[in-house]
Write a protein that binds this ligand. Structure first.
Ligand code: ATP
Ligand code: MG
Length: 700
């Protein structure tokens, strides 16, 4: 307990009943949760397995357990922890039959989900331009986040189409395929607790204490999940920071944290006001940025660390210039004694990483991407898993559909439809049906599947002796590996390597005692949160690159935030949404800034190339008016130049035309009066630096 301040200690030792810990970034909220769990076990004698900890990522759950083990020894391992999704899946494995699902149901992935929606629309002759599949999916998710079943969903007659009916149909299809989507996991646990009092009771009695980290990002259905689960003992501890609520676009509702007292009568509120993470200078910038948001809980957040280096903002010429300067800065930090693993580049959108990755490779800065295209989202991995789960008795119709023509077996769209119809008519599960046709033969489309079914049947008897439960033998004998090899040297090498990684992962999981169904669950959850990364463990000594959203809760000595520009941060999408969107973007920047312990670099570029087009973004509104004492600035054009009368209204980003160079855009202005120089990107003539006075530029 010596490593806690008084406020933290009070929160740790607080008695029963609802507890809210509301505090700013880096104030030790997560640490307080860990210590509170330790206290419940060590001082209150609560059995570890009767404590439930809800975290925002699977990784955070693992982290929590390891910190607990350090604190109280092995007992820490017994605490039940996970994300809302992982915990829901665990509950559903036990109770899904009450909802009419077999306990071996599978989680549908984003691709299959979209394919299902498309088929559903096609069957009703609804063209994409009347109702886009993404719009329908988004609307359904929205209903699920709000806890609404098809019967409860609001009326929505989009283009004369009854959306509720489609939602109902989609749910029926999922059920028929024995699948749930990610939002269903949470919704269905709530439905169990709403509709089955005995199951609700059993779940409520399962835990004595429930603790939730990052509570500001819960959506209404997660909120109800907690309300239901804790309604009898009311031992709910939540920690959060309204200023870090960044999942509004996914239905998170910050009011849950602000209204906690209203929902949970008699709750105690704890505030932590000391920041232990960041230098005073970094904290000052964070506070200056977030202060501009309306509608927030005013919070005190005082530095405990030294003043440190003032955060810097550099304005670069273009993407490459930015990437090179970032690489150079990382190298300098490294030379200054920081390990690569203590550095992070946090960006707003994934596409920002392309140029950065290229330049980091050239500069020999080791990095790892966290949350790019997830391992389990790769085509070959999904194919291989479809084969494997069919072989191991947990595959379903969608998986059969996925692999029926990979490699080519002469089954086109028609043939595939027929195959599905034949399977449905049999009333059997896909794996059993394959076994049947292996011995009894088949007609029509199914005939094409007889050879592969026979291969599976021949492997069936020896699965227990194969450490990968037949994965490689099946992929080989089915001709799948050959079809991958035919893709060409470079592509096939990386895909084969991925398949071998999968093989190792399966072998490891099976040797840990996981059943095939449990393995598929693990894969589904990793895929949802994109947490398994290639090379993650091979390269612990690397700079982390990830989106700002993924960086929640983490900390690094040195942090770079590239692309702090209008259109990027705030993002264009949010600009279109108005004030609430912009507030959320500002919180995102706040999250980014507060990840840093000692050094912080923000960058923007005057020119960005995207899909062959040039853009000339303006500096982000969040930082452009900060004083240089708070954010030191390099290469930022002095605002006076832009309004200088000599420049005739020309500013950075103005479109101009020149008598001989043609059309262009102003990249920068330097100096003032007659000495003003401009740098112009001409469409045809390239970049030129000119004396404004003589350049004869005309505004367009
Ligand atoms: P975030 O809002 O970013 O999730 P948080 O409030 O959860 O932050 P923690 O991650 O728990 O904060 O703590 C931030 C850092 O401060 C950690 O490195 C932690 O070990 C350290 N810390 C927290 N409390 C103390 C303390 N009382 N004494 C020393 N260090 C502390
Ligand atoms: Mg935290």
């Amino acid at each position: 307990m010596s490593e806690l301040n008084t406020a933290q200690q009070q929160a740790v030792e607080a008695g029963d009943g609802p507890q809210l810990i509301l505090a700013g970034a880096g104030s030790g909220k997560t640490r307080t949760i860990v210590h509170r769990i330790g206290h419940l076990i060590a001082s209150r004698g609560i059995a570890p397995h009767r404590i439930l900890a809800v975290t925002f990522t699977n990784k955070a759950a693992a982290e929590l357990k390891s910190r607990l083990s350090m604190l109280i020894g092995d007992d820490g391992g017994g605490v039940v922890s996970g994300t809302f999704h992982a915990l829901s899946l665990r509950f559903l494995r036990r109770y899904a039959d009450a909802l009419g699902f077999p306990r071996s149901f599978q989680v549908i992935d984003a691709d299959d989900q979209k394919a299902l929606i498309k088929r559903l629309l096609k069957a009703r002759n609804i063209a994409t331009d009347r109702l886009h599949p993404n719009y329908l999916l988004g609307w359904i998710e929205h209903c699920k986040h709000a806890g609404l079943t098809p019967a409860q969903a609001p009326e929505n007659g989009w283009n004369g189409i009854d959306m509720r009916e489609l939602y109902g149909e989609y749910q029926a299809h999922l059920k028929q395929h024995e699948r749930m989507d990610f939002s269903d996991l949470i919704l269905n646990v709530v439905l169990l607790m709403r509709d089955f009092p005995d199951i609700a009771e059993a779940l409520r009695c399962r835990f004595d204490f429930v603790l939730v980290d990052e509570y500001q990002d819960t959506n209404p259905i997660q909120h109800e999940w907690l309300m239901q689960l804790c309604s009898s003992h009311r031992n709910l501890t939540v920690v959060g920071d309204d200023d870090q609520s960044i999942y509004g676009w996914r239905g998170a509702d910050v009011s849950h944290i602000l209204d906690f007292e209203r929902h949970w009568h008699g709750s105690e509120i704890h505030r932590l006001e000391k920041n232990y993470r960041s230098s005073e200078a970094i904290l000052e910038l964070a506070n200056a940025v977030i202060r501009e948001n309306a509608d927030r809980h005013e919070k005190v957040l005082k530095a405990t660390r030294e003043r440190g280096e003032t955060p810097r903002w550099i304005v670069c010429n273009d993407d490459y210039d930015e990437a090179r300067r970032i690489a150079a800065q990382l190298t300098r930090w490294r030379e200054g004694g920081y390990p690569w693993s203590e550095m992070a580049i946090l960006f707003r959108s994934n596409r920002q990483s392309l140029v950065l990755e290229q330049v980091l490779r050239e500069s020999q800065v080791p990095y790892r991407m966290i949350g790019g295209v997830g391992f389990f989202e790769r085509m070959e991995i999904k194919d291989a898993l479809a084969y494997w789960s069919l072989l191991n008795g947990c595959g379903d119709a969608l998986q059969l559909l996925r692999i029926c023509n990979r490699p080519k077996r002469g089954l086109g769209a028609k043939g595939q439809e027929q195959l599905m119809a034949q399977l449905a008519a049999s009333g059997m599960r896909a794996g059993d049906w394959l076994q049947l046709i292996a011995s009894a033969g088949a007609e029509g489309a199914a005939k094409k599947m007889v050879p592969i079914a026979a291969v599976m049947q021949s492997l069936q008897g020896s699965l227990d002796q194969l450490p990968d439960r037949g994965l490689m033998m099946l992929l080989d004998e089915s001709g799948y590996l050959k079809s991958i090899e035919a893709l060409g040297e470079i592509e096939s090498a990386s895909r084969l390597e991925n398949i071998r990684t999968l093989q190792e992962y399966i072998e490891m999981s099976i040797s840990e005692g996981l059943t095939p169904v449990e393995f598929m669950d693990r894969a589904a959850l990793l895929q949802s949160s994109e947490e398994m990364q290639q090379g993650e463990d091979d390269e612990p000594e690397a700079v982390s690159m990830m989106s700002l959203h993924r960086a929640k809760g983490l900390e690094f000595d040195c942090v770079v935030l590239p692309g702090v520009e209008e259109g990027q941060l705030p993002h264009q999408r949010s600009l279109d949404e108005g004030e609430s969107g912009i507030s959320e973007e500002r919180r995102l920047l706040y999250v980014g800034i507060t990840r840093a312990r000692r050094h912080l670099l923000l960058s923007s570029a005057r020119l960005r190339r995207l899909f062959g087009e040039s853009h000339y973004p303006l500096p982000s509104r969040f930082i452009k008016s900060l004083s240089p004492d708070t954010l030191s600035q390099e290469g930022v054009a002095a605002p006076s130049t832009a309004t200088d009368s000599a420049s005739g209204g020309i500013t950075i980003g103005s479109s101009v035309t020149h008598p001989s160079f043609g059309d262009g855009v102003i990249l920068s202005l330097e100096g003032s009066g007659d000495a003003t120089r401009v740098t112009v990107q001409f469409r045809r003539a390239g970049i030129k630096r000119l004396m404004l006075k003589y350049a004869a530029l005309q505004m367009m």
